[in-house]
Design a protein around this ligand. Structure first.
Ligand code: FES
Length: 190
């Protein structure tokens, strides 16, 4: 269920656009942040906030690959496979991550921790190959630094699980600072 606060955020974002319809993408992001993926409730909330019908919203949500149709892993890893990253070895990087995580691209690990995706140009061609972990960019990735990144993410997820088990309030930000994560991976963050 999409909260009243999220619906209010959608209306606030929509007020910045000349027409309500123009705010479909940011409204869908708000809904996805809250629900984890684009649920029926998310579609209905966006439609209500923007005074559109649900089918109109659904046609946008299903067109764009950044909106998930089912629950993704806790960390979504997107590896850029466009030309600059291709020339700098993204294929080997994807294969390495597939082996490390035990999934093929497009799949989520059985433990629900990771979804591995490929993506079109992530707009950081000069630091190829590039990947994204949720909203964080990681640049100049090698198989070795990818291993260090997964080690750091595993630690981060272990910490989150331990916190949840102790009944602690789930932190809004990762338990391990992003800087530490990228430093551990030996890469640069944009
Ligand atoms: S080609 Fe990978 S970031 Fe542009």
């Amino acid at each position: 269920m999409v909260s009243a606060e999220a619906k209010e955020q959608m209306r606030a974002v929509a007020a910045q656009y000349p027409t309500l319809r123009s705010a479909v993408l940011p409204a869908l992001y708000i809904a996805q942040d809250e629900e984890g993926y684009i649920t029926e409730a998310a579609l209905e909330a966006v439609a209500e906030a923007l005074r559109l019908n649900v089918d109109e919203v659904k046609s946008v949500a299903t067109f764009y690959t950044m909106f998930f149709k089912e629950q993704p892993g806790k960390r979504v890893i997107k590896v850029c496979t466009s030309i600059s990253c291709y020339l700098r070895g993204c294929d080997q990087l994807v294969e390495h991550l597939e082996n490390r995580l035990g999934v093929k691209r497009g799949e989520t690990t059985a433990d629900g921790r990771y979804t591995l995706l490929t993506a079109e140009c992530l707009a950081s061609c000069g630091t190829a190959p590039v990947l994204q972990v949720n909203n964080e960019f990681v640049e100049q990735v090698t198989p070795e630094s990818a291993d260090a990144l997964i080690d750091a993410l595993n630690q981060e997820l272990d910490n989150e699980s331990a916190g949840t088990a102790q009944g602690q309030e789930k932190a809004a930000t990762p338990a391990t600072p992003e800087k530490s994560r990228t430093e551990a991976a030996g890469t640069k963050r944009r």
